[in-house]
Design a protein around this ligand. Sequence first.
Ligand code: NAP
Length: 266
Amino acid sequence: MTTPIRIAVAGPRGNMGQEAVKLADRTEHFDLRAVIDSKNNGSRLKDMAGMPELDIPVYTDIHQCFQENEIDVLIDLTNPETGRKHLEAALVHGVAPVVGTTGFTEADIEKLSSEAEKKQVGVVIAPNFAIGAVLMMKFSKMAAAYMPDVEIMEMHHDRKLDAPSGTAIKTAELIKENREPHKQGHENETESLAGARGADIDGMKIHSVRLPGMVAHQQVMFGGAGQTLTIKHDSINRESFMPGVQLAVEYVVANKVLTYGLENIM
Ligand code: NAP
């Protein structure tokens, strides 16, 4: 029998955190030991409204959590500001973080990557844990080699803090590997309303839609002479992200480097 992976989840009351708690509880070789919440310090998870009947401690101080519990992996599903602090704390305590929180910059990733290497701790940061979304990104990169005029439209629920989404940025980064930078649209194009043409990366455009009722959706639209190609992915609920989170938890305990993007561990 393999030794269970001891897990702490940060953000357990959140949409994603709730799913991660369920995943850690139901997976045979996972052992959910603690949660880190923005409030409810000192209570038990089972005493928090809407939480499963699990008798595990709740902390607001992540350092205290790591001092009082032996944790192998931290699953962070909070916000960028908290996520940064949690990542630093995890590296200090030798806990391997799996980060679904989005909004990290390239500079954040570079800094964390050298920290992780120095400390010999595995880190996985993935802006999208949905396996279908990773396939959408891979197919988009492939298509860009043949159809270099592309616009990305990402659509999310209206509680999302960052725009454009981490997935849209990651998609653009992958497309960049197969596309020469060039301005799209008419050379004399103007905007009579600022932002009408969206954000710009190397001349490709990214549009962000925020509406209640949505979860996480993206269309990558390519245009060529007399034809268009649309690659579309929809996460219709947060369960869609959990197989990717599980894969990342299993990976991060065995690989002592920072890995950015689920595509690198699939
Ligand atoms: P959410 O519902 O707003 O949940 C965030 C949770 O984090 C809330 O419960 C919040 O508590 C908690 N939190 C804030 N500060 C905290 C702290 N200091 N310590 C502990 N918990 C804290 O958001 P969500 O939809 O679950 O998304 C969470 C993150 O995952 C976001 O960055 C989102 O973009 C990202 N995301 C990633 C993926 C992926 O596949 N990688 C998919 C979907 C979402 P309060 O309510 O008390 O502030």
